[in-house]
Structures are given as C-alpha cells and as structure tokens.
Write a protein that binds this ligand. Structure first.
Ligand SMILES: *Cc1c(COP(=O)(O)O)cnc(C)c1O
Length: 387
C-alpha cells in the first residue's frame, strides 16, 4: 500500500561517506568535526558564533541559562509550538506564559505582544525572555518583535527549529540581526539532519562563551576564567553548573555534509509548496500564508480545513488520509492545553487563535524526496476525503 510520511530525511552517499570518515578517525566526540560544522553554519547564516548541542531542546536550555533566566523569572512563547520552546523556562526554574498567534501566519501576533507587554509593564510582570517561533519555517516578524522587546528590556530567542534555510529581509534566518540567540534543530524531520542535534547562533561573544561552558559541565581549562592559579597542565575547574549537551563528531560530520545541499533542499520544498498552493486552491480549506520578502523554509505545509463548509470532522478527514497511507500529522496541540501546563492554571479559551487554528489543522507530507506523483496522490486522496 501507498505510504507517504509527513516528513523524512534525505541521506546521500556523500553523507554516509562523511560519517564513515569520522568513524575511521581518532575523534568520535570533542574532535575537529564539531568546529568545522559550527563554522560552516555560522558562515552560512552570516553570524559570528555558532554553538552546537545534542539537540535543539538542550540548545534552548543553554540559551536561557546564558541569558540569565532563573527562578522567579518569566519566559513568554507562543502556544502553537513544540513543548520544548516552553519547557526550557521550566528547566531554569522560571515560569511560562504565552502570547497568542496571528490567525493568518500562525506565528506570534505582534499586536497581541504589544498589548501584553503594556499590561505586563503596568503590573511589573515583564518576562526576561521571549521565545519567538518561526512556525512551519516562516520567519516571524522579527524586526517588530525585536523593536518591542527592546523597548521593554526583554531578550529574544528565535526558535528557528523549522526555519533552517529560510530568509528574512534578504538575510538567512540565523543571522541574529533581530534575536539575541537563534536556535536550529537537526532532528530527521527538520530541514537538514544530524540524527539528534541542535545549534545556537549569537552575535554576542560572551553569550556564546557561556553556552559553550554550560554545554560541557561548566568546566573550563582557561586559566583566565579560573579562581586562583592553575595547578598544572591537567588542571580544570568547574565554575558553573553545566551539563553534557555536546554533539558528537559523527553527528557534526553528517550535519556538515547535509549543509552542502541545503539550497537544493529548500528549493525543492518551495517548489512543492507552490504545487500544493495550486493543486489545493479549489478545495474547502485554507493554504498557508506566504509573506512577500520572508522566504519560508517550508518545514511544514499546514492546511486549515474550512469545517463549516464540510460535512466531516477534522478527525474523519485525518483518519481517512492515514488509512489510505497518507501519513499526515497535526502541528501543534497548543502547549497550554497539555496536562502539565493545565496543572499550572492554563485552560481552554486562554489563547483562542491557537486553539481555533489547532482544531482545523492538518500537516500534509512535505520533504525533499516527495515526488510530484506522490504529491498528486496526496492531493487526490485529500480531495476525495473532503467530498
Ligand atoms: C523540533 C523542535 C524543537 C526540538 O528539537 P529537538 O532537536 O528535537 O530537541 C524545538 N522547537 C521546535 C519549534 C521544534 O519544532
């Protein structure tokens, strides 16, 4: 039977070769492949510092710690994201609140943010950090977000887990023009993969150094950072409470090899998105927004069913697609409605745009290796299911 996943990695012979070379080398971790990968990503994004990590979740945690988030602090993000964008605050003992999304882009709504900042400033309850998520690969309105955050003294993390290869106002996402730190994920469903892997970009050398320190136990071998003199060539000091969040050289070599084809990967995704727009235009659904100068990386292609024009529920449409081998998905269950977050007092109705969006959303298959014929089959199966 037909089986078309919603996402899938693309691995070439060159990728396999790159991994094999590391396996034959002296270094499986903490070797030269890490720096090579970090430098390549930094150069690609036009950003001076790139700090790799074992996944994006740990990179988010490192970023929060490096920006000084701790207990008593507050972090804001959007409900329409993966739980990791919010959990990073809880790891630091901080609290989370959400800003509702824009019903057109499904990204953070700048008007909501402005109002919420005003109200929070009046009550003395401003967040320390705002995590803006480039949902589906479409960049947020980062310029407006950075301007507002700057006015209120709030630091900005751009969770660009979906947006590796996307462009915002002529620059690659990851340039950190409008963010203190930008986060990438290299999970196999994302644009390029290292198996598990993530990365944090920043223009601030101190933040980068802090993230590097915390990535490796909070241990330094730099005598300038030690308290008291070094006791010898073997000597190191733990000067903060860090973690082991390191990426392996095996993964970094895969990432470096994948990065060579990112242009091709994103171009194909854009072609597929254009085809979906055309092929789906007459169906009772809304296709995703395409903002003029902001080029999505098209990690996800999410449709919104026009449920009032259908005799079927989202669940019926979804289950029929799955039963026909079109392995659709849903992104995202609003984070504030997860039991763990409900237990903090969040409830239905708190963020109506994200909830309405969720009720009608289906993510269609979208990945480099999806052929035109397979995409046609997806559309055909969907349109039968909507009839
Ligand atoms: C995938 C994802 C993450 C987490 O990425 P990992 O590399 O799996 O830890 C974080 N935020 C968003 C928006 C994601 O999609």
């Amino acid at each position: 039977m037909l089986k078309i996943p919603y996402a899938r990695q693309e691995i070439s012979e060159a990728d396999i070769q790159a991994v094999c070379e590391v396996l034959r080398s002296d270094w499986l971790t903490q070797g030269p492949a890490i720096e090579r990968f970090e430098e390549a990503v930094a150069q690609y994004c036009g950003c001076p510092h790139a700090v790799s990590a074992c996944n994006a979740t740990s990179a988010l945690h490192l970023a929060c710690r490096a920006l000084g988030l701790s207990s008593g602090d507050l972090l804001w993000t959007v409900p329409n994201t993966f739980v990791a964008s919010a959990n990073c605050a809880l790891y630091c003992g901080a609290q989370v609140d959400f800003v509702d999304i824009d019903p057109h882009t499904y990204n953070l709504c700048v008007q909501n943010l402005e109002q919420k900042f005003k109200a929070a400033a009046a009550h003395g309850k401003l967040p320390k950090i705002l995590v803006a998520v480039d949902f589906s690969g479409l960049p947020c309105d980062m310029k407006s977000i950075a301007r507002l955050a700057g006015e209120y003294g709030v630091r900005v993390i751009e969770d660009a887990s979906h947006a590796v290869g996307a462009e915002y106002e002529g620059e690659k996402v990851g340039s950190c023009r409008y963010a203190d730190v930008t986060i990438f994920s290299f999970h196999p469903v994302k644009i390029i993969t290292t198996g598990e892997g993530g990365l944090a970009l920043t223009r601030d050398a101190e933040i980068a150094a802090k993230m590097r320190l915390l990535r490796s136990h909070g241990i330094t071998r730099d005598s300038d950072r030690m308290t008291g003199p070094s006791e010898g060539p073997w000597y190191y000091q733990q000067i903060d409470l860090g973690y082991n969040y390191r990426l392996t050289d095996i993964a970094a070599a895969l990432g470096h090899s994948q990065l060579q084809r990112i242009g091709e990967f994103v171009r194909r995704r854009r072609t597929l998105a254009d085809r979906y727009h055309r092929l789906l235009a007459k169906l009772p659904l809304r296709t995703p927004a395409q903002e003029g100068t902001w080029e999505s990386a098209w990690h996800l292609y999410v449709i919104q069913l026009e449920l009032d024009r259908l005799k079927k529920t989202r669940r019926q449409v979804f289950e029929r697609l799955r039963s026909k081998g079109v392995l659709v998905n849903v992104h995202y269950i609003p984070v504030h409605l997860q039991p763990y977050y409900r237990a903090m007092g969040f409830k239905e109705g708190d963020f109506p745009n994200a909830e309405r969006y969720y009720a009608a959303a289906i993510s269609l298959p979208m990945y480099y290796g999806l052929s035109d014929q397979e995409q046609d089959q997806v559309v055909e199966t969907l349109s039968e299911g909507l009839a």
